[in-house]
Design a protein around this ligand. Structure first.
Ligand code: GCW
Length: 694
């Protein structure tokens, strides 16, 4: 059995030549691979676990045995240090959950399904030596400890183009080289890295992936039909690690690839076309996950062209997928990107709410409405989108952005888990109500949704450009599985797995925490202040340009004038956005006194000398935080030069991080200087500490 199952997984060593192993270096398997292990069960994902164990034991001198069930094991009764077993389940663990326990000095992982066994396997990998410690394994009193994911679908969206787009490149908002799947118009011939990628993702708990950009151009539209083979080939690499493949499709596909005259969702021929397309996809890919759709947004086609609603549009695709169990992730990112900046009543923050709230209850059961976590667009600070609170009869997906489009583009260290933890843990209805993650999980409606994130990975040797940005990808998967996890503890997991050879008493752990734990707030300190957002250079979105978007049609304004700054989104005098929240939060955001400082300029237009809760004025706060933030980056860069760090992470990682920290130091100073001077010139208020260039 060993030989056949080994063929089922990638020969990682070959595929990873020259590629950083991220959080699965061979050493991460030492604790398991040096013991005796028994894998019991049958099925493709059990084979994957068996192959993983065979590889680890071969490397570290342990012994691995495999059998479909205990009776079939030649010496099934012989003791093993670790038993990974597929057992008939009573349903408590679900398809993907597992139990782990210590019995008579042995560790036992039990799951009812192959996916559960795979997750249980990676759980013990994460535990390492602690997997064999009575105190670290099992629930109270030695009872089996149950692990199961909070949210059923934990998906990564790749904004990868098949063709190199003249503006968007190979990967839209990608900062990690090229696509892992596509290269200059074709599917990559060598997909071994895709298999390794799937393995990395499975180790975090991710179980679904979209292989192409939500902006679907002509070439990409053909993935649904005559280029389906490419999708099938990629799916074959993802499947052994329990990851289902999804596809972004164009709403205009019936026209673009089908040759019909219309894509009207109520047209019979159009309906028939989608049914046939979905049937063909499922015939080729029986475990196909479904479609992702960006419609009527930033130039993508959609149902509005035919006077139809987004429920009509989403249901059309949902009906086509329903016979096969597929789902439609329909994005709520719909707004007018051609608005008149002179018109201060139109508010992009209102758009998704106003489009979708009236449609609650009208979507088919296999539609998942995919909502960005904030109402605007992945800024460093936004309130949680009220769309998530207003769709009780609709399945929801909450979308995060792992790729650091607006948070330093993987040039800056910006560990995003604390931001996501805050968003996922947010409660719209007070302490007794569900969290955002709870709503995505199904909440009171029991209608399971998804947690989705835009991936930051590419063909870069470190996967993510900035090696420390790997931690964001890792953390997304872990938080999607268990949203209540502490970001610092997740970082510890990542450190332990990624740098297993670092001396335990060395400076690495402390240095990484000092660099990363507070890096999101640090980034916020030297960029757009108090929730106002943007202020980035138009187009590529890197670096400061305070007025870059101020007089454009994109709906992202700060309204700074000689008297003050911020967007009045109150009901009383502004755009009314604050009133779209459930009562408690609506009142809080509406109130100038009670609005949290960090969101002050998101909800209010205030004079420069308005006082924050700490007594500082808005403009002095801008001067102070920018000076501090940029200085903290200088100090962080110095920490990286401490003795012992280069040895602990290896020369290549050390050098790449050093290079990026230099750029972060430069860029943070640029942000500081432009922001401070801008607000000094606008307000005429001098910095109390005399630091600002006039
Ligand atoms: O943040 C914006 C990005 C676009 C992206 C869009 C979206 C894929 O700047 O590049 O397009 O969001 O989420 O659809």
């Amino acid at each position: 059995m060993t030989a056949t199952v080994r063929a089922a997984v990638v020969a990682s060593d070959d595929a990873l030549a020259g590629v950083h192993p991220a959080w699965l270096p061979p050493e991460a398997f030492r604790a398991l691979g040096s013991r005796s292990v028994l894998v019991l069960g049958a099925g493709p994902l059990v084979d994957t676990v068996a192959a993983e164990m065979a590889g680890a034991c071969e490397r570290f001198g342990g012994s691995a045995r495999f059998a479909p069930d205990p009776d079939a094991a030649e010496d099934g009764a012989a003791p093993a240090d670790l038993v990974l077993e597929l057992t008939p389940s009573d349903g408590t663990a679900g398809d993907e959950g597992f139990f782990v326990e210590r019995v008579d000095g042995r560790t036992r992982v039990r799951a009812g399904g192959g996916a559960g066994l795979l997750h249980g396997f990676f759980h013990v990998v994460r535990l390492g030596e602690r997997a064999f410690d009575d105190r670290a394994v099992g629930g109270p009193g030695g009872a089996p400890q149950l692990h199961r994911p909070a949210v059923a679908r934990r998906m990564l969206d790749h904004w990868d183009n098949v063709d190199v787009h003249p503006v968007r490149g190979q990967v839209e908002r990608g900062y990690s080289g090229g696509s892992l799947f596509w290269e200059a118009g074709r599917r990559r011939r060598d997909l071994r890295r895709v298999r390794d990628y799937a393995r990395l993702l499975a180790a975090t708990g991710i179980n679904a992936l979209t292989v192409n950009n939500v902006n679907v151009a002509r070439t990409e539209a053909h993935l649904l039909t005559d280029r389906l083979d490419d999708v099938v080939a990629i799916a074959a690499e993802l499947r052994p690690y329990g990851i289902r493949t999804h596809l972004s499709v164009s709403f205009a596909a019936p026209i673009v690839v089908g040759g019909l005259a219309t894509a009207d969702p109520l047209d019979d021929q159009v309906r028939e076309w989608w049914h046939e397309a979905a049937d063909a996809v499922h015939a080729a890919l029986p475990d196909f996950g479904g479609f992702v759709v960006k419609a009527d947004s930033e130039g993508q086609p959609g149902p509005f062209a035919y006077g139809r609603s987004h429920a009509d549009g989403a249901n059309l695709l949902a009906d086509a997928l329903a016979p096969h169990g597929g789902v439609v992730h329909w994005r709520a990112f719909v707004y007018n990107h051609r608005q008149d900046w002179r018109d201060r009543t139109t508010d992009r923050a209102n758009a998704a709410y106003d489009h979708f709230a009236p449609l609650d209850g009208l979507f088919r059961d296999n539609v998942v409405l995919q909502v960005k976590h904030g109402p605007i667009d992945f800024q460093v600070r936004e309130p949680v989108s009220p769309v998530i609170a207003v769709m009780p009869r609709t399945r929801l997906a909450v979308e995060l952005q792992v790729t650091q489009e607006y948070t330093g583009q993987q040039q800056h260290v910006c560990y995003l888990a604390p931001m996501w933890r805050e968003a996922l843990g947010f409660r719209f209805w007070g302490d007794a109500g569900p969290t955002v993650a709870g709503v995505a999980a199904g909440g009171p409606t029991e209608r399971g949704g998804s947690l989705v994130a835009v991936s930051n990975a590419g063909d870069d040797p470190f996967w993510t450009g900035h090696p420390l940005a790997q931690a964001n990808l890792y953390a997304f998967g872990r938080l999607a599985w268990a949203p209540e996890l502490d970001p610092a503890a997740v970082l510890d997991e990542w450190i332990d797995l990624t740098f297993p050879d670092a001396p335990p008493d060395g400076p690495l752990r402390e240095t990484l925490h000092a660099l990363m734990d507070g890096s999101w707030l640090r980034y916020e300190r030297y960029t757009a202040p108090l929730g106002v957002g943007f202020m980035v250079r138009p187009g590529h979105h890197y670096g400061p340009d305070v007025d870059g978007y101020e007089y454009t049609p994109w709906g992202t304004y700060h309204f700074a004038d000689r008297d003050g700054v911020g967007v009045d989104r109150t009901v009383a005098t502004g755009t009314g956005f604050a009133g779209r929240y459930p009562a408690g939060w609506a009142q809080r955001y509406e109130s100038l006194d009670r609005c949290p400082d960090e969101l002050l300029l998101f909800f209010h237009h205030v004079p420069y000398e308005h006082r924050l809760h700490d007594g500082s004025t808005v403009v002095q706060h801008i001067y102070d935080t920018h000076a501090e933030g940029a200085q903290e980056v200088v100090e962080a860069a110095e920490l990286w030069e401490r003795p012992g760090i280069a040895e602990a992470v290896g020369a290549a990682v050390h050098e790449r991080v050093r290079e990026r920290l230099r750029e972060q130091v430069r860029s943070a100073a640029e942000w500081r200087d432009q922001l401070c001077t801008y607000f000094y010139r606008k307000s005429g208020v001098p910095d109390a500490h005399g630091r600002v260039h006039p």
